[in-house]
Design a protein around this ligand. Sequence first.
Ligand code: NAP
Length: 283
Amino acid sequence: MRIGFIGAGKVGFTLGKYFATHGKEVTGYYSRNTSSSSEAAEFTGTSVFETIEELVGSNDVIFLTVPDGSITSVYEQVIQYPVEGKFICHCSGALASKDAFPGIRDHGAFGYSVHPLFAVSDKYKAYEELADVFFAVEGDEEHIGEIEGMMRDLWLRYQRIDSSAKTGYHCAAAMVSNLMVGLIGQGVDILKGCGFSEDDAISAIGPLVRGNVHHILEDGLAPSLTGPLERGDAGTLRKHLDVLAGDKDKQDLYTILSKSILPIAKKKHPERDYSEIEELLGE
Ligand SMILES: NC(=O)c1ccc[n+]([C@@H]2O[C@H](COP(=O)([O-])OP(=O)(O)OC[C@H]3O[C@@H](n4cnc5c(N)ncnc54)[C@H](OP(=O)(O)O)[C@@H]3O)[C@@H](O)[C@H]2O)c1
C-alpha cells in the first residue's frame, strides 16, 4: 500500500520516517506550506506533492496529520477527488473517525483513527522512540484488519478500540499526562509553602516521582502503593487533611485520590482495618 501524508508537522515527520524505514512505501507529503513538505520529503527520502489531488491520486492510504481542528476540512478537500477503496486516517486521540470523516462511505473510502499514545516534541528524533509507543486503532470494520496488519508489519503495539470509547480513551491519556502536571504542581505548591523555591521543590521530588512511576510501570499499581493510607495510618491522614484545611481544592484532591487508592490498599491487605480511614474520607 502506498502511503501519503497531508500535513508535514511533528506527527507527519515521525510516522513517515518510521514507516519508510520499516519497509512501507511512503510516497511523500503535501502540506500548507511547501517548505514543510520539502523538509519532510528530504528527511524521509520521499517526494513533495504540489496538490492534494496529486497526493490522493498516488496513494492507497492517506494520513491527515494536520491539527485536530483542520482534519475535517482537509478531508472535505480530499473527497473532492476519486477516493474509492482508499483508506483515510487521522491521528487525533480525541476524534472518532466517523465524526472526523462524515459521509466517507458515500465516497467509497474507509476512515480510521490511528493515534500514537505519545507526545512528539522533536520531529527529527521521535521516530526512534516509536517502537515503544502504543497506538489506538479505530474505524470502519470492513478493513480494520488491514490497518491492524499494517501495524503488525511495522512492529508497532496497538489496541483496537470502539469509536464510542474514543473520548474515554483520550480522557485517560490526559489524566496520566496533562493532569499529572496538575497533581505534581499541587505538591510543589505545598512545598513552596514549606519554604522551597519552585526549582528546588521540583528537584527534591525527582527521585520520589521517578521511582514511583518506574515502579508502577514495572510492577503494577498495587505493589507500588506505599504511604500512610496503605499502612492504615489514619492519624497521619487526619494531619494531612488538617494542613490542607485552608485550601479546599487541595483538600478535595487529596481526599478524592485517597479514596481512589483505598480499594487497592484493602485488596492488598485484607487483614488490615481501614475503617477509621474510610470514616475520615467520608466513605
Ligand atoms: N504532537 C503530538 O505529540 C501528537 C501526539 C499524538 C497525536 N497527535 C495528533 O497528530 C495530528 C498532527 O499533530 P502535530 O503535532 O503533528 O501538529 P503540527 O506539528 O502542528 O503539524 C501539523 C501540520 O499540518 C499542516 N497543516 C495545517 N493545516 C493544514 C491544511 N489545511 N492543509 C495542509 N496542511 C496543513 C501544517 O503545515 P505547514 O507546516 O505546512 O504550515 C503542519 O505542518 C493531530 O491530529 C494531533 O492531535 C499529535
